[in-house]
Design a protein around this ligand. Structure first.
Ligand SMILES: O=C(O)CCC(=O)C(=O)O
Ligand SMILES: [Fe+2]
Length: 317
């Protein structure tokens, strides 16, 4: 598992030094095709993006480590209307896992109020590090969504792009007891529009392939992982697959990671693009309001359903 290079997900370069990122160039067309194929076949890909310096990642992870070093009662002040978006930890089924969530985290004011809650007097260095990397990741996300649109010939239909705010979720997974291979995070698909993940040194993220095999990812140190969540899958009439993923821990090091999660703003309607519905691809999901779906997945009824089936239970035709 993982050591077989054949089973690894595609690596796609987003190189600011070439004209591949200019719409209309041959390089851009090739990029769009690769993005589309990766999202259809794997539901994810590794992103090599040269615009985010190693230093910026290092500063972000140093800030994240300081956050996890705070006392539990301080971290538990991170509450959210939706329980899974605030502090999570001390969960019996996944004892190694702990995470915090910051809504609208590329906005200086919301970062300031978060750091003001965590540290007396705030933490300017935390805000600077997070803002800087998130702005770049939002830019990257924008390019990837553009590539998806162009990949389907919908480049002019920018009004169909879902408006989002970025939630930053930071994770720490404790090393398991010596010699054990242990669940860090349960298998799931993300419920949102897009996900970009970043890990620091210790791997552990696994994705499920089309034929149901789990593959351990070994991204290069400077890379990110882009994933297709349920809403993006619904938007493209399930041409792309929402990738099921989990974290498995082994070895003696704690794992730190973070995700830039694009969360549709309240009132967002998620619907299959009519251009992507035809005889060969009948519409599979009804249109739905994002918040209704999000609430459903947290409800008792939703939680009784496997994560990757929830969207079909909620909106299946
Ligand atoms: O820690 C990771 O790499 C994955 C986290 C994740 O899948 C999530 O928070 O939805
Ligand atoms: Fe996830």
């Amino acid at each position: 598992m993982g050591s077989d290079p054949e089973s690894q997900i595609p690596v796609i370069k987003f190189s600011t030094g070439s004209n591949d990122l200019d719409r209309g160039t041959e390089g851009w067309h090739k990029l769009c095709k690769r993005v589309r194929e990766a999202c259809e076949n794997y539901g994810c890909f590794e992103v090599a993006y040269d615009k985010i310096p190693t230093q910026s990642r290092a500063e972000t992870f140093s800030a994240i480590r300081q956050l996890f070093d705070l006392p539990l009662y301080t971290k538990q002040k991170n509450v959210n209307l939706y329980p899974t978006l605030g502090y999570r930890g001390q969960i019996a089924a996944i004892p190694l896992y702990e995470s915090l969530g910051i809504e609208d985290a590329s906005n200086f004011e919301s970062l300031k109020s978060f750091t003001g809650l965590m540290w007396p007097g705030g933490h300017d260095q935390f805000c600077q590090a997070v803002i800087s990397i998130l702005k770049s990741l939002e830019e990257l996300n924008h390019i990837i969504v553009r590539a998806i649109l162009d990949g389907y010939g919908l480049g002019e239909k920018t009004e169909s792009i879902i408006s989002c705010k970025t939630l930053l979720r930071v994770m720490r997974y404790r090393a398991p007891p010596a010699g054990e291979y242990m669940k860090g995070l349960q298998p799931h698909t993300d419920k949102i529009w897009t996900t970009i993940l970043c890990e620091d040194e210790v791997s552990g993220l696994e994705v499920e392939t089309k034929d149901g095999k789990w593959v351990k990812l070994s991204p290069s140190p400077g890379s990110f992982i882009f994933m297709v969540p349920d809403c993006l899958m619904a938007w493209c009439n399930c041409r792309m697959r929402a990738v099921k993923h989990r974290v498995m821990m082994s070895g003696d090091k704690d794992r730190y990671s973070f995700g830039a999660f694009a969360i549709p703003v309240d009132g967002s309607i998620i619907k299959a693009q009519k251009e992507l519905v035809d005889e060969e691809h009948p519409q599979l999901l009804k249109e739905f309001e994002f918040t209704d779906f999000f609430r459903f997945h947290l409800s008792e009824e939703g939680r009784a359903i496997d994560s990757d089936k929830q969207v079909f239970a909620f909106a299946g035709i």
